[in-house]
Design a protein around this ligand. Structure first.
Ligand code: ZN
Length: 62
């Protein structure tokens, strides 16, 4: 729980290595990526989790 709150809650679409997810969230709003601090289209990590429930794979970041 403490660990989770310390993590950034959104990741840049460009920082995802999963092509399926990149394509899926390519039109997201541009905000600061929680990982590389660049302004990019971002996706909330809980949204990613929900998306992955229907897609076998892992989330890889920068
Ligand atoms: Zn990033």
């Amino acid at each position: 729980m403490a660990v989770e709150s310390a993590l950034n809650e959104q990741a840049g679409v460009d920082c995802l290595t999963d092509g399926y997810l990149k394509a899926n969230f390519a039109d997201s709003d541009v905000e600061e990526c929680g990982y590389c601090k660049e302004e990019r289209p971002v996706v909330a990590l809980d949204e990613l989790g929900a998306e992955l429930e229907g897609h076998s794979g892992f989330i890889y970041l920068c």
